[in-house]
Write a protein of this length. Structure first.
Lengths: 116, 115
């Protein structure tokens, strides 16, 4: 069974640009969550999508947005990039707690974004 | 709001020695608890989770953790570590709200195994 895949793995952008990251969940998973990992702030929850709808959102500015497609693949977009957006962006997929005893969030390898 | 505190940012341990990584949480509601491991340049892998029932939870790679409600702790232990256990370990909490996928993570503990 293929795991969570994220593309691209590495990305270099300059300040002011925008970027789109992609996440393909495990087959059958309908929930996709996004996290930002930085040395200073650690792992922080960005948002979660389920059935093409944002279900939960963390404390990030509106420059961070996302969407989910009918095949459960998700994209996140960051507009007007700032130096502080440099981070590892992780995506996780799950069935979405339909059975907590078996449901688990599985993480992808991440996209490392560097903003110059 | 929930929070997770990992008391040790770095833990060096000799190979084949036991290790305990500490985790304390704060929440106003009942929670689910998790330990994840992150190897260099990789994503997070679930080690184990506590949902309910027995407070001693066994996970992969010989790790186990004990949920202590009175002390709001969920410490991770392994009786004998191996070089391959060198990684960063994250404790995380999610509240018991059906449909809440948000995980709140601790700041991580970097485990270094000394040969």
């Amino acid at each position: 069974k293929a795991g969570v895949t994220q593309t691209p793995r590495y990305l270099i952008k300059t300040r002011g640009q925008q970027v789109t990251l992609s996440c393909s969940p495990i087959s059958g998973h309908r929930s996709v969550s996004w996290y930002q990992q930085t040395p200073g702030q650690g792992l922080q929850f960005l948002f979660e999508y389920f059935s093409e709808t944002q279900r939960n959102k963390g404390n990030f500015p509106g420059r961070f947005s996302g969407r989910q497609f009918s095949n459960s693949r998700s994209e996140m977009n960051v507009s007007t990039l700032e130096l502080g957006d440099s981070a590892l962006y992780l995506c996780a997929s799950s069935f979405r707690w339909t059975e907590p005893s078996t449901d688990t969030q599985y993480f992808g390898p991440g996209t490392r974004l560097t903003v110059l | 709001a929930q929070s997770v505190t990992q008391l040790d940012s770095q833990v060096p341990v000799f190979e084949e020695a036991p290790v305990e990584l500490r985790c304390n949480y704060s929440s106003s509601v009942s929670v689910y608890l998790f330990w994840y491991v992150q190897y260099p340049n990789q994503g997070l892998q679930l080690l184990l989770k506590y949902l309910s029932g027995s407070t001693l939870v066994k996970g992969i790679n010989g790790f186990e953790a004990e949920f202590n409600k009175s002390q709001t702790s969920f410490h991770l232990r392994k009786p004998s570590v191996h070089i391959s256990d060198t990684a960063e370990y994250f404790c995380a909490v999610s509240d018991r709200d059906f449909g809440n996928e948000k995980l709140t993570f601790g700041t991580g503990t970097r485990l270094t195994i000394i040969p």
